[in-house]
Ligand binder design. Structure first.
Ligand SMILES: [Zn+2]
Length: 191
């Protein structure tokens, strides 16, 4: 299978392929439950999941299949200035699997498996926002994405970390007066 074949496969999928069987099959594929998936019917989620599975099957190397397996889908950002254009964001490591052949300076880069980057291109075609997994994390509370890697010198983190949880500023206790009051009460009792 190559990128043109995958594009044809995608084009041949009818827009309203959201029958229950397909959604249940998606739920069986892994991290999602059917209820979560059903809430994503107005996004390109189903096609995106099918593409991920198709690329994982087509990828010729175990490393490529592993990278594709790590691709995760999210529905919104909690990072200021970011908004998902179609309600679906994919985070992943989109590099080709490759190796050098020959000795410097006459070496050349040989691509062993282009499917991680092919998946990236196809998801982008589909209108999915693409991000690098090592630059983003999920809020433990609401599941939205926050950037964990600086973009420039005036960037500041929009999350807080504590107790093994990462919380966006909307979910962090500081943003919630009731929780602060509760914490203050608990501290008072300790005296
Ligand atoms: Zn949150």
């Amino acid at each position: 299978m190559n990128i043109d074949l995958l594009r044809q496969l995608l084009d041949s999928l009818h827009e309203d392929i959201d029958d229950t069987l397909t959604w249940n099959a998606l739920a069986d594929w892994g991290e999602d439950n059917g209820q979560w998936a059903a809430g994503k019917r107005d996004t390109p989620y189903l096609k995106a999941r099918l593409l991920k599975e198709a690329c994982k099957i087509a990828a010729p190397t175990a490393d490529g299949r592993e990278l594709i397996g790590w691709v995760e889908f999210h529905w919104e950002y909690a990072e200021p200035g970011y908004s998902s254009k179609n309600g679906l964001i994919a985070t992943g490591r989109w590099n080709d699997i490759s190796h050098d052949e020959g000795v410097f300076p006459n070496h050349k880069r040989i691509v062993d498996d282009a499917y991680p980057s092919i998946l990236c291109i196809l998801l982008n075609d589909l209108g999915v926002d693409i991000e690098w997994a090592d630059e983003w994390s999920c809020c433990s509370e609401c599941g939205r994405l926050v950037r964990t890697s600086p973009t420039d010198w005036h960037w500041t983190p929009s999350y807080e970390v504590g107790d093994g949880e990462l919380l966006c500023l909307d979910c962090a206790p500081q943003a919630n007066p009731e929780q602060i009051e509760h914490m203050a009460d608990e501290l008072g009792e300790g005296d």
